[in-house]
Design a protein. Structure first.
Length: 66
């Protein structure tokens, strides 16, 4: 399982994710195998609407499918 920063979108280490739990997301290696774009909250881990992602850019992650 990899970790991504919700602020930069880059992959981060497990230690960095532990230090910043509100702005990091654990992404399984099989995440978002579907087509299209999806947004997730870094805080809850749940999928959110594009409008919610736009309101909270530092705590949301955009995932692009194949």
């Amino acid at each position: 399982m990899a970790n991504r920063s919700a602020i930069t979108g880059r992959f981060i280490s497990n230690a960095a994710a532990a230090r910043h739990p509100r702005t990091s997301v654990s992404v399984p290696s099989t995440a978002n195998q579907s087509s299209g774009t999806h947004h997730r909250s870094a805080i809850t881990g749940q999928y959110i609407t594009p409008a919610a992602a736009a309101r909270h850019p530092n705590t949301s992650v955009t995932e692009r499918g194949k």
